[in-house]
Ligand binder design. Structure first.
Ligand SMILES: [Cu+2]
Ligand SMILES: [Zn+2]
Length: 179
């Protein structure tokens, strides 16, 4: 009987440790932002996760129409409609100019444009380079941080905001539960 049990248990232990080593990405911090349009209606959700393999943003949102839209992390965690100017300029801890195609760029908060097709859905998984979430130089500094989606595409070079036009969707990042 004892022999039988051992034979049964060993393969189970072996398969558990295999599972553990293949899912080794650890999440130490998660920020979430509920997104709203200028009229206050729901427009989606964004999360930024500090993981052992980097900082990743994931976005699920609903655009007002099909198209391409500029998107940035802004320096102040305040979304006062309808203009959302309360969110301040682009998050810019390194005092750079706007845009990845600008020799003096880019802002830490500059993000890729997002596309919506006929269903108006926007989804994005994006690794944020050189991103700090907390501390004085982090996105969640004393005045917080926000995600803004603009009415037009970002040209990736025109300072200070890539000619992306009005701010149409805004969300304030909050420290969420670790998962
Ligand atoms: Cu912006
Ligand atoms: Zn910028």
């Amino acid at each position: 009987m004892r022999k039988f049990l051992l034979i049964l248990i060993i393969p189970v232990i072996a398969s558990c440790s295999t599972l553990k080593s293949t899912s080794a990405v650890e999440v130490s911090e998660v920020l979430t932002a509920d997104l709203a349009r200028a009229d206050g209606s729901w427009a989606g959700v964004a999360t930024i996760s500090q993981r052992s393999d980097g900082v990743f943003m994931s976005l699920s949102a609903e655009a007002p129409a099909a198209g391409t839209f500029g998107m940035h992390l802004h320096a102040v965690g305040k979304c006062q409609g309808p203009e959302f100017t309360s969110a301040g300029p682009h998050w810019n801890p390194d005092m750079k100019q706007h845009g990845r195609d600008n020799p003096m760029g880019a802002h830490g908060g500059d993000l890729p444009n997002v596309d919506a097709a006929g269903d108006r859905k926007i989804t994005l998984e994006y690794q944020l380079p050189n991103m700090k979430l907390s501390g004085p130089a982090g996105l969640l500094d004393a005045d917080g941080g926000a995600l803004i989606i603009h009415e037009k595409a970002d040209d990736y070079k025109t300072d200070p905001s890539g000619n992306s036009g009005k701010r149409i969707i805004c969300g304030v990042f909050k420290s969420g539960n670790k998962s």
